[in-house]
Design a protein around this ligand. Structure first.
Ligand code: AHR
Length: 525
């Protein structure tokens, strides 16, 4: 245990030497001249399923709503999401995707049939948020669509026609229909999901049965947008595993190895949620203590092993890493908030979730040579959301701020770092004390992220910087008084990023990171 004074950490604190008890040193070595894989911006993707209040109320309020909107889409939500530079949004599911029939969601809103959302609570779906509304939302937030087509209860023809509706230029009949619905220009569809969890809600298929269907969908579900031929082509993502065993990945990759001109896939998806006590999810998302925090973070760190297992299979069939591992559903899945519809998957979002998010993003970054896309579940009002809404109110969650702090990491080049994570022990459980990644941003800055998992003690961090002549550094930290601190409609800014003191001298960077925090340091060469 050491006792240090913040006096040495910059002018800001020159007049207030605060003793920090318990802080211990963490040493990092960073050679900024050595860069590895690109941290693909698509790792910061989102997921917006037709589930609960994810779309309806979260995004869509309708053009006649008193909530300020543009063509029915909430202005406050759009403005907040634009700040995150969301690279892609997966829609319409999830389990919902395999029961969605796209034709019910186009044309005049008052002519669209009402259906039952039997995937999520048997609620009535008006279908007023359909393809053109989703594309409008994507355009408003400046993102790219990731559309999951219906393999479970649809047909290759239905999916092919949907793609034609979205991407063909006139004069095809479906392109004309889209134009008649107000959208003459073809949309760009960046990613195509061939089904969802086909081993479970997507049709309880065997791997071989799915692989046969995957080939047919890959062959016939085509992007017809002339602007996407060649470099900007749509990437096709096959269903992958949802459990750590590798049977499903084996089947998909074995087939891929023998693919011909007639079909191809560019990614295999993986779904893995943090559910520390197993199914059904039972952790509280508010009012919990350090024991729960420890258990949840321990459970989330399994993501690294899960990825390694799948990567080993992919490396066997694809050593050149052409096929990406796409973690298109991940995040904390807690018990539904009391009083909410359990089928709507409503939960609060705390400092614990923020740290969980940073740990997973760091894991993805370390696997960036194979993991080039990920989608947190989900965007608004569902599971580990960025944003919570209640009628005209909106609150940004701690996870939202993590994504905001990580924006500079989009497309940055990973820099290997060496550090001793140490251990944080509490109540007989143990976690790594700190986690960290470094990267070179697209505008040439050296970025460093440090997560302090220790719920009680700060950490004094020293980093040796080589391969860069560092001129200045600034840092931002996200933390709050306790592991279960949240942002609520009544107190919306309990957990928000704040500037942090950082010292740069003789190629050495020093800062003290708060307990239960994550900090992003940006260093100017
Ligand atoms: O994100 C909620 C659900 O979790 C998705 O619909 C499904 O794919 C997964 O099981």
């Amino acid at each position: 245990m050491k006792c240090r004074h913040l006096l040495s950490f910059g002018l800001m604190f020159a007049m207030m030497p605060l003793p920090i008890m318990e802080a211990e040193d963490v040493h990092l070595s960073i050679d900024a001249s050595k860069t590895e894989a690109r941290i693909d911006r698509n790792l910061f993707g989102q997921f917006a399923e037709n589930l609960g209040h994810g779309l309806y109320e979260g995004i869509w309020v309708g053009p006649d709503s008193s909530i300020p909107n543009t063509r029915g889409i909430r202005n406050d939500v759009v403005a907040a999401l634009r700040e995150l530079k969301v690279p892609n949004v997966r829609w319409p599911g999830g389990c919902f995707a395999d029961q969605y029939h796209w034709r019910k969601g186009i044309g005049p809103a008052d002519k669209r049939p009402a259906t039952v959302n039997s995937a999520w609570g048997d609620v009535i779906d008006t279908n007023v948020f359909g393809t053109d509304e989703f594309m409008d939302f994507i355009q408003q937030i400046g993102s790219t669509p990731y559309v999951s087509v219906n393999v479970g209860s649809g047909t290759p023809q239905e999916a092919a026609e949907w793609l034609e509706y979205m991407t063909a230029a006139a004069p095809t009949a479906l392109a004309k229909e889209r134009a008649a619905n107000g959208h003459p220009e073809p949309y760009k569809v960046g990613f195509l999901g061939i089904g969802n969890e086909s081993w479970d809600c997507g049709g309880a298929m065997t791997p071989d049965y799915y692989v046969s269907l995957m080939k047919v969908y890959s062959r016939f579900v085509l992007n017809m947008n002339p602007a996407q031929h060649g470099k900007d082509q749509m990437l096709k993502i096959a269903v992958g595993p949802g459990t750590p065993d590798t049977e499903w990945t084996e089947a998909v990759m074995k087939a891929w190895k023998k693919h011909t001109w007639a079909w191809d896939i560019n990614g295999v998806s993986l779904h893995w949620y943090t559910v520390p006590n197993g199914w059904p999810p039972s952790t509280n998302s508010e009012k919990f203590g350090v024991d729960d925090y420890m258990k949840t973070l321990k459970s989330t760190l399994f993501m690294d092993e899960f990825l390694r297992k799948q990567e080993a299979v992919m490396d066997k069939y694809d050593p050149e890493k052409k096929v990406t591992l796409t973690v298109d559903e991940w995040g904390a899945w807690h018990a539904p908030l009391s009083g909410s519809n359990p089928a709507f998957l409503v939960q609060q979002n705390s400092v614990r979730d923020a740290i969980l998010a940073s740990l997973n993003l760091n894991i993805f970054a370390r696997h960036a040579d194979r993991v080039r896309m990920a989608n947190i579940a989900q965007m608004i009002n569902v599971l580990q959301a960025m944003i919570l809404t209640d009628k005209e109110q909106m609150v940004l969650t701690p996870t939202y701020y993590v994504y905001k702090m990580y924006v500079p990491f989009q497309d940055a080049a990973l820099i290997p770092i060496v550090f001793d994570a140490g251990a944080y022990t509490h109540g007989g459980a143990s976690l790594p004390r700190v986690d960290a990644i470094a990267a070179k941003s697209t505008d040439g800055k050296l970025l460093l992220e440090i997560t302090n998992l220790d719920a009680e003690n700060p950490a004094v961090v020293d980093a040796d910087l080589t391969g860069i002549v560092a001129k200045s550094a600034k840092a931002e930290t996200l933390t709050a008084p306790s592991v279960d601190s949240t942002n609520t409609f009544e107190s919306p800014i309990t957990v928000t990023p704040k500037p942090a003191a950082v010292k740069l001298q003789n190629g050495k960077l020093s800062l003290t990171v708060a307990p239960r925090s994550l900090t992003v340091v940006s260093i100017e060469p």
